[in-house]
Design a protein around this ligand. Structure first.
Ligand code: F6P
Length: 341
């Protein structure tokens, strides 16, 4: 059996660990052949592939990024997309595809699976917002990076008695903001799921100054003020219709200094959260997902995605990942209210 492997969407730490596990077990235990599909669905559309065997995956476990490349290309956006994908798979004698991605990549995988392509999904993203799985790999590394940044910002904020706003990734889900904000002892955490009141944020900031501490505000890039417009720098959309975000942190720092009369500055962590070596947990989770995905092909349980449920790696229908994203439960957010201000 010949399997095509692709990584789509924004890259994240742990992709190489997953690819390695798939290839090692696929070749050594199941006797499969592999072909790497370059740059996510773009390679499937354009017929761009690369050799993928055991020597090709040696030494990649601790490396960030993806040896296969990635893109946000959506093959369903063009009329002949599905037939071009089929042509690539036929030309390279690919019997099944393992698609490693977030909700967009897996959404495409679900549609192609419905059209008869033998497909297995592996969830990944730093945002941790793929439905159907407790955690995605990439998330733990991103949270650790953001937490370390917050730890560092505390000391410089205190030296200057100023507010520091930290903008983290998370377009529709505030998982990175919530986890890193709680781990880093932030005084305000703002997430896309809960529109915030600027006056209340400034009140929390002032409370902090009153007890001679400098406030740290963690804001997810997709957080929005109440009854307000989402603040964006660019309005260009990608092929899945997402706007490119960045700007809420800067906007908020201006509001805070206008309201409080004290200096506020912004740090945008951006792609630093996605780059570099994966944490031990992300390597472990990516490896478990990879092993289970290749077994899933062996057992011909197509149209499914591997997922973490409690301590177990299970299979769920691919369609689960393609539906809604997994957002922060309001009750969970409320639980941390005691730390605000
Ligand atoms: O894929 C997750 C993510 O990092 C989001 O948190 C972020 O909004 C987006 O990707 C940024 O995408 P790009 O790197 O394409 O600008």
């Amino acid at each position: 059996m010949r399997i095509g492997v692709l990584t789509g969407g924004g890259d994240c730490p742990g992709l190489n660990a997953a690819i390695r596990a798939i290839v090692r077990k696929g070749v050594e235990v199941h006797g499969f052949d592999f072909v790497g599909i370059r740059d996510g669905w773009r390679g499937a559309l354009d017929g761009s592939v690369l050799p993928l065997d055991v020597p090709a995956v040696r030494g990649i476990l601790p490396r960030g990024g993806t040896i296969l490349g990635s893109s946000r290309t959506n093959p369903l956006a063009s009329e002949d997309g599905v037939s071009r994908v089929r042509r690539t798979l036929a030309e390279h004698e690919v019997d099944a595809v393992i698609a490693i991605g977030g909700e967009d990549t897996l959404g495409v995988a679900a549609v192609l699976a419905d059209q008869g392509i033998q497909m297995v999904g592996v969830p990944k993203t730093i945002d941790n917002d793929v439905a159907g799985t407790d955690y995605t790999f990439g998330f733990d590394t991103a949270v650790n990076i953001a937490t370390e940044a917050i730890d560092r910002l505390h000391t410089t904020a205190e030296s200057h008695t100023r507010t520091l706003v930290v903008e983290v990734m998370g377009r529709h889900a505030g998982w990175i903001a919530l986890h890193s904000g709680i781990a880093g002892g932030a005084n305000v955490i703002l997430i896309p799921e809960q529109p915030f009141d600027v006056g209340q944020v400034c009140g929390w900031v002032e409370d902090r100054f009153k007890i001679r501490y400098a406030p740290i505000v963690v804001v997810a890039e997709g957080a929005v003020p109440k009854a307000g417009q989402m603040v964006v720098k660019e309005s260009a959309l990608d092929e899945f219709g997402h706007v490119r975000l960045s700007g809420i942190g800067e906007w908020l720092a201006h509001e805070i200094s206008d309201h409080t009369g004290k200096e506020a500055r912004t740090t945008v962590l951006g792609h630093i959260q996605r780059g570099g070596t994966p944490s031990a947990f992300d390597r472990w989770l990516a490896t478990r997902f990879g092993l289970r995905a290749v077994d899933t092909v062996k057992e011909r349980a197509f149209s499914t995605m591997v997922a973490l449920r409690g301590p177990d790696v299970v299979r769920v229908p691919l369609a689960e990942a393609a539906g809604d994203i997994k957002t922060v439960d309001p009750d969970l957010y409320t639980e941390f209210g005691v730390f605000f201000g």
